[in-house]
Design a protein around this ligand. Structure first.
Ligand code: AR6
Length: 194
């Protein structure tokens, strides 16, 4: 049957849009683990750092202690270049002696009853870490439960934000996100919510 040429081209354009969507949009696999993030073999582990990028306690302390001086040296280079890292933002360095290939350092907000928009800032940590992973062509990433230790962000709220943000992320390269929970409470919250 004869079809007007214009109609044919409209149909082809619609089909190629579908193909483009299939080519670029990835469904990320989400995994949950209980344990120590410094032992995880992924393209990048995320560090719950502070604005100085010079290390501290908690997961930050463990990453620098086990990863070694190479990580701190590159953090200092980043500081010299851009003056640390703001809350909600993320930077990337080598992973020193860790089994991961890279460390993405993000700075979570200190909980203050959401008076300074801490919920949005925590969401930004996840989005900016995922974006940075994609900019570096990484396909697997592991997150700790950012802000839920020394920074006292309520764990259930933090878990909801982390999971929702990762599920909503429009991945082009990333294939897998691992949530690594160090304490039982976070592990059970994530298990319930994922
Ligand atoms: N692997 C995975 N998760 C861990 C590990 C580990 N090895 N160690 C602790 N956690 P925190 P924050 C969990 O305090 O609240 C530092 O001094 C921990 O159980 O590490 O974002 C920084 O320099 C908790 O659930 O980070 C900042 O000053 C989660 O990691 C400040 O702490 C986050 O706890 C950041 O505080």
């Amino acid at each position: 049957m004869y079809e007007h040429p214009r109609r044919i081209s409209v149909k082809l354009a619609a089909k190629s849009n579908v193909l483009r969507f299939l080519n670029t949009h990835k469904i990320m696999k989400i995994e949950l683990l209980k344990g120590d993030i410094t032992k995880i073999e992924v393209d990048a582990i995320v560090n719950a750092a502070n604005t100085s990028l010079l290390g501290g306690g908690g997961v930050d302390g463990a990453i620098h202690k086990i990863g070694g001086k190479q990580i701190l040296d590159e953090c200092i280079e980043v500081r010299n270049r851009q003056g640390g890292c703001k809350v909600g933002e993320a930077v990337i360095t080598n992973a020193g002696k860790l089994p991961a290939k890279k460390v993405i350092h993000t700075v979570g907000p200190k909980w203050n009853n959401n008076k300074s928009d801490e919920e949005q800032k925590l969401k930004n940590c996840y989005v900016n870490s995922l974006k940075l992973a994609e900019e570096n062509a990484l396909s697997t990433i592991a997150f700790p439960n950012i802000s839920t230790g020394i920074y006292k962000f309520p764990k259930e709220k933090a878990a909801e934000i982390a999971i929702k943000t990762v599920k909503e992320f429009d991945a082009k390269i990333l294939e897998k996100v691992v949530f690594v929970c160090f304490d039982d409470e976070n592990f059970h919250l994530y298990k319930k919510l994922i």
